[in-house]
Design a protein around this ligand. Structure first.
Ligand code: SAM
Ligand code: SF4
Length: 338
């Protein structure tokens, strides 16, 4: 997609940090709310939601994405949360964002997708990632604390039928919880024409209960997959976080997002906007820039652009999960936008 040049400065100058990383991908959290309570993400109860007045309006999101695309060279936008399908008027927002030109995708738990997939596709959404950690209803209810697996299966099928392609499945394997289903999940995805991806669990749960020993590492995953299949490395698409392997002799590709054991910070091209308008230069950042205050204080586009560039300029070389001085961000994953 050619960059737009509405602000009259020619092509946008790249959003580059002091390590030379060019940022072209934006994650936008549409809400911190969720209708599930996945154990690796949220406590069973008692997480306060953002007050409505603090959440960006559609107009504010559209304006920030327009600045990102026109002035900063952002080319891909992923909508997330919390659960982004809970946002009222989502098809209308997607249509407005699509008109700005970026490639648009969405990460969802899939609940409600059966009802909305066709409308979201028609509004311009291109792809979805659906989270599913198990194929077993009772286990799903234990992991997510809600008995909704049938809605997720229906949502994925509707996404595929609507032409949201490819449908990717995200699973977080946890030792002793669902690590015995890794092969089954790959087979399920292959059978239905979905693409399976496994995400190493990260210390970003709201309750601070992450335990490194429970994380299934990329090496372990590959070892488990390798017991059944011959794997051919495919590598990474550009700066995508997933490393991919193809099952030899098939078209089945499995992705692994190994943020903890194989960090990909050196190629990171991503910035994040929280539902309350805070710009983060890293999932693990401990600082944020308050773009909402700028917008509501009457800042012009140039001032927002400048704040955005300054935030990216301060980006560190990488996260320090594996070092003793690692500090967890105050916001959990659900409030940052995973
Ligand atoms: N609610 C949507 C969903 O579940 O897909 C979007 C937001 S969710 C925070 C985005 C992704 O982050 C999901 O695939 C989820 O499995 C993953 N996730 C949540 N907590 C995580 C954690 N502590 N470590 C690794 N991945 C996590
Ligand atoms: Fe909700 Fe997604 Fe977190 Fe699960 S992972 S609790 S679906 S935000």
């Amino acid at each position: 997609m050619a960059p737009r040049t509405e602000h009259g400065h020619g092509a946008p100058s790249p959003l580059v940090d002091r390590f030379g990383r060019v940022h072209t991908d934006l994650r936008v959290s549409l809400t911190d709310r969720c209708n599930l309570r996945c154990t690796y993400c949220m406590p069973a109860e008692g997480l306060d939601w953002l007050p409505k007045a603090e959440v960006l309006t559609d107009d504010e999101i559209v304006r920030l994405v327009r600045i990102a695309v026109d002035r900063l060279g952002i080319r891909t936008v992923r909508l997330t949360g919390g659960e982004p399908l809970l946002r009222r008027g989502l098809p209308g927002l997607i249509a407005r964002l699509t008109a700005l030109g970026p490639e648009l995708s969405l990460t969802t738990n899939g609940i409600g997708l059966a009802r909305t997939a066709a409308e979201l596709r028609a509004a311009g959404l291109q792809r979805v990632n659906v989270s599913l950690d198990t194929l077993r209803p009772e286990r799903y209810a234990e992991i997510t604390r809600r008995d909704r697996i049938a809605d997720v299966f229906a949502g994925m099928a509707a996404a595929k039928a609507a032409g949201l392609a490819p449908v990717k499945i995200n699973a977080v394997p946890v030792r002793g919880v669902n690590d015995d289903e890794i092969l089954d999940l790959v087979e399920f995805a292959a059978e239905h024409g979905y693409r399976m991806r496994f995400i190493e669990s990260m210390p970003l749960d709201a309750q601070g209960a992450w335990n490194r020993d429970a994380m299934v590492t990329a090496d372990e995953l590959l070892e488990i997959l390798g017991r059944r299949w011959e794997l051919v490395p495919v590598g990474r698409h550009g700066n995508a976080p997933a490393e991919e392997w193809r099952i030899d002799g098939t078209r089945t590709v499995v992705g692994v997002i190994a943020s903890v054991t194989r960090p990909f910070c050196g190629g990171c091209d991503r910035v994040r906007l929280t539902a309350d308008g805070q710009l983060r230069n890293c999932l693990f950042a401990t600082e944020e820039s308050d773009l909402r205050a700028l917008l509501r204080g009457g800042a012009d586009d140039a001032a927002v652009e400048s704040a955005w560039r300054n935030t990216v300029a301060r980006k560190g070389p990488g996260h320090s999960i594996n070092s003793a001085d690692f500090v967890r961000p105050e916001r959990p994953m659900s409030a940052i936008g995973g």
